[in-house]
Design a binder for this molecule. Structure first.
Ligand SMILES: Cc1cc2nc3c(=O)[nH]c(=O)nc-3n(C[C@H](O)[C@H](O)[C@H](O)COP(=O)(O)OP(=O)(O)OC[C@H]3O[C@@H](n4cnc5c(N)ncnc54)[C@H](O)[C@@H]3O)c2cc1C
Length: 389
């Protein structure tokens, strides 16, 4: 069955797809969003712990982060809806010389984009991260304008806004192929029918490569599995999201990060040094003992925290650790907002702004030269970037 035509079709109601659909619907476009899962935000969006920052290490991600923060921070005044925005900042404490110099080397580029971030001495970090274990602490960076948002509330609110502006959402409806005419995408096919639009946006997260393959493109986005946990609420004591870059005593983890959300729950996650490739989402028995030791070592007063639940989700990884955003190479009518790695929630609204601008005006919503760093046509295996993912 052929359905009515749309101005744009978004594949994936996730961290990228929902804000993209919302911004397009706000502009009066007839938008269709298709997702294979039963409701919005049920892919990796709900796995995120909700850290949002602009203080990245490369220009394109900095700009996307700035655009996202504008959306998150202004959401309540724009729509009246509370998405759990907490402007508590980000703090990267340093306990060794290597981390200290890595963080300090990033400051000039971060400051050149007017980011509010600085090196703070030991006493400053102790003031910002209440109860931090000062043993070996050398100082750290602090960026007070970053923060946290609830991924569940945000995806619900982006979806509701899109629907209020007449976007149509269809769930449990996987896209099985793209409708092509010559080298142009003219719509999508699902198990229930065909839908046509001059623009199709691939925001399919961990499954984005499959959608690219439907257009004959080979763009590698590989799922990598990461675990997280959340505590029962406790009295507010911690403003920033804290990123501890030390390897743990077990030598297996890097990038342990945690914060206290706007409901008082402590939420935490780490990046294993040896990545778990694939889609396995069964919680491991290793995670909680490692995470608990890291947490208590860093903030000893958390030793009595009650953990409510743990979960495991996927980072949609690219070989160079940066997202792939823009017009698909050599295929008309297909835009990509994929490969978000460990930062798709915080970059989602920025990516959505740029995709919407490409649809509406043919140009991105930032300096095109900076945007080009995300280009789907770039050499994804160029590698060697220093990135705090
Ligand atoms: C433990 C953990 C903690 C994290 N913490 C953070 C954090 O603090 N901050 C941050 O920014 N990021 C964080 N992330 C990363 C973040 O969750 C992801 O980068 C982000 O959700 C990816 O967004 P996406 O829109 O690309 O994918 P998703 O949100 O997964 O959306 C993709 C959607 O596409 C749908 N789809 C796929 N294929 C098809 C198809 N064929 N047809 C129809 N629908 C399809 C899926 O069902 C899904 O709903 C974390 C991830 C994990 C696992």
């Amino acid at each position: 069955m052929t359905h009515p035509e749309f101005d744009a079709i978004v594949i994936g109601a996730g961290s990228v797809g929902n804000p993209t659909a919302c911004f397009l619907a706000w502009e009066g476009l007839r938008v269709l969003v298709l997702d294979e899962l039963p409701s919005s935000g049920q892919g990796q969006n709900k796995a995120a712990i909700g850290g949002v920052r602009a203080t990245h290490s490369d220009p394109a991600k900095i700009r996307l982060g700035q655009q996202s923060l504008e959306v998150f921070a202004g959401w309540k005044s724009a729509t009246g809806i509370d998405i759990g925005w907490k402007k508590g900042g980000y703090c990267f404490p340093a306990f060794d010389e290597h981390v200290e110099s890595t963080l300090q080397k990033l400051l000039p580029i971060q400051k050149s984009f007017h980011l509010n971030i600085d090196w703070v001495g030991v006493e400053g970090i102790r003031r910002v991260v209440t109860g931090i274990n000062p043993e070996g602490l050398r100082g750290g960076t602090y960026s007070p304008d970053d923060g946290q948002v609830s991924p569940l509330r945000a995806s619900e609110s982006f979806t509701n806004e899109a629907v209020r502006h007449h976007a149509e959402y269809r769930y449990r409806e996987p896209v099985t192929s793209l409708l092509m005419e010559d080298h142009a995408v003219i719509g999508v096919k699902t198990d229930r029918g065909e839908y046509r639009a001059p623009v199709v946006i691939n925001a399919a997260g961990a499954h984005a490569t499959r959608i690219c393959q439907m257009a004959g493109l080979d763009i590698p986005v590989r799922p990598e599995s990461h675990e997280a946990g959340i505590s029962a609420p406790v009295q507010e004591f911690l403003a920033p999201l804290v990123v501890d870059l030390r390897p743990g005593p077990e030598g297996k983890t890097i990038n342990f990060y945690f914060g206290q959300d706007s409901d008082g729950q402590v939420i935490f996650c780490y990046t294993p040094a040896t990545p778990f490739s694939g889609e396995n989402r069964t919680s491991t028995f290793e995670f909680m003992p490692i995470a608990a030791a890291r947490l208590v070592n860093l903030i000893p007063r958390l030793r009595n925290l009650t953990i409510r639940r743990v979960w495991r989700g996927l980072y949609p990884m690219t070989p160079d650790g940066a997202p792939v955003v823009g017009k698909a190479p050599n295929v008309e009518g297909l835009l990509l907002g994929i490969g978000m790695c460990g930062q798709g929630f915080m970059l989602g609204p920025g990516v959505g702004k740029n995709l919407a601008s490409l649809v509406l005006h043919g140009t991105p919503a930032m300096d095109p030269e900076v945007f080009d760093q995300l280009s789907p046509a770039r050499d994804l295996y160029g590698g060697g970037k220093e990135s705090l993912r």
